[in-house]
Design a protein around this ligand. Sequence first.
Ligand code: DQA
Length: 148
Amino acid sequence: MTRILVLNGPNLGRLGTREPEIYGSETLADIEASLSASLPSGVELDFRQTDDEATLIGWLHEAADAVSPVILNPAAFTHYSYAVRDACQMVTGAGAVLIEVHLSNPHARETFRHTSVITGAATGVIAGLGAQSYHLALSHILTLLERH
Ligand code: DQA
């Protein structure tokens, strides 16, 4: 069984009611359900959310140790957390894929969102496509798993 970690940072547990004009009306549970609906056998999703930096870092260590693929929406940590970035580097350094995803397009928003300290440690980034950002990241990881 291959486990794909889908990790969500601060305030993403409020999706549905949080700035729906930017993030849409889907909740995180809706996104989890739609991602889980299209899984092939032998693959499981481990979908988590935290508002806590240390918890997120612990989950990334777990992914590095298990060499698990990760879909990560670092939320506001994207823009300033070198600690989350270093943990992402451990995941990709261990040989696992880590796709940074964003619902919105941070580059089309406030200036402080234009910088991601995470991207340099990620395998790739998908942003601005709403929940589709997660779906495309999952589809990429499933393609890689098929090739192995
Ligand atoms: C976000 C974009 C970030 O700038 C913001 O802090 C978030 C969500 C997104 O998914 O669009 O919390 O990561």
